[in-house]
Design a protein around this ligand. Structure first.
Ligand SMILES: NC(=O)c1ccc[n+]([C@@H]2O[C@H](COP(=O)([O-])OP(=O)(O)OC[C@H]3O[C@@H](n4cnc5c(N)ncnc54)[C@H](OP(=O)(O)O)[C@@H]3O)[C@@H](O)[C@H]2O)c1
Length: 255
């Protein structure tokens, strides 16, 4: 809520039809925001909007369609007003394997996780830079810190997002726009439901949304949670390769 005018600020979320994005949409609406919710599934977005009538609005779009994303942002700004906060949660995950390496699957994941985020960034950065105001948050993952067997495709796309955000943060700062990186550990969502391995320190999507919304107010560069996973992954990343590879080798599956 804007304290001076008493009006609700506008947030635009991608990946809002499910999991973390959905939980953040509900939490922002409960915290005084007007939410524009995007994903491909129009039906799921309508169900979400119906949970907070007048506060959450559906704007279906495929983030891999650059022009479609630009059009969606224009429509949101014409119908709701200037976007104050944009949060990009659209993404997917599939395991990779050296024995059945599938470069097409890698390209598909990169197209969604990296190019889709790039399309979303471009669409909001233009109007935000023109206004010299705004806040953007990109969901990467602690999986982007270092390569884990089976998580190579996913980790590669998330490492790309981390690097991109590191590069953009100072440039956007100069333009009056805050860019934040969100690095979750394991969160219980449809994305992780298909995992058949133990997920240490798994948290609910509601807990993830709490950590994200608190982190957004702090405006610090990285919002990383849960802390146990953050410490573990940052330690692994800081080790010399001889040690970190000796540990990740133990994650290999017997086949
Ligand atoms: N869950 C975890 O443990 C975890 C950990 C670290 C990072 N993350 C990241 O957090 C983000 C959200 O993950 P989640 O666990 O909440 O997954 P999820 O429940 O599977 O949600 C993914 C969202 O992305 C949307 N999406 C997929 N393809 C899209 C496209 N082409 N265009 C627009 N939207 C698209 C999906 O909606 P539609 O299918 O309706 O389009 C859905 O709303 C992802 O970036 C993920 O990598 C998750």
């Amino acid at each position: 809520m804007d304290r001076q005018t008493g009006t609700r600020k506008i947030a635009w979320l991608t990946g809002a039809s499910s999991g973390i994005g959905r939980a953040v949409a509900l939490k922002l609406a409960d915290n005084g925001w007007q939410v524009a919710a995007s994903a491909r599934s129009a039906d799921k977005l309508s169900t979400l909007a119906a949970e907070r009538p007048g506060l959450i609005h559906a704007y279906p779009v495929d983030v891999t369609d650059g022009q479609g994303v630009k059009n969606a942002v224009k429509t949101i700004e014409q119908t709701l007003g200037p976007i104050d906060l944009a949060l990009f949660s659209a993404g997917s995950y599939k395991r990779e394997s050296a024995r059945e390496f599938d470069a097409e699957a890698l390209a598909e994941m990169a197209n969604l996780n990296v190019t889709g985020t790039g399309n979303s960034l471009q669409a909001v950065m233009e109007p935000m830079i023109a206004r010299q105001a705004g806040q953007i948050a990109v969901i990467a993952s602690v999986a982007g810190y270092l390569g884990l067997p089976g998580g190579g495709f996913y980790g590669a796309t998330k490492a790309a997002l981390i690097n991109l955000c590191e590069a953009l943060r100072p440039q956007l700062e100069r333009e009056g726009v805050t860019l934040q990186l969100i690095s979750p550990g394991f969160v219980d969502t449809p994305l992780t439901k298909k995992n058949d391995f133990p997920m240490p320190f798994l948290i609910s999507q509601e807990k993830a949304a709490d950590a994200i919304v608190a982190g957004l107010s702090s405006r610090r560069f990285e919002i990383v949670f849960p802390w146990q996973m953050a410490v573990l992954m940052k330690l692994l990343q800081a080790l010399p390769y001889a040690l970190s590879l000796a540990m990740t080798r133990r994650m290999l599956r017997k086949q």
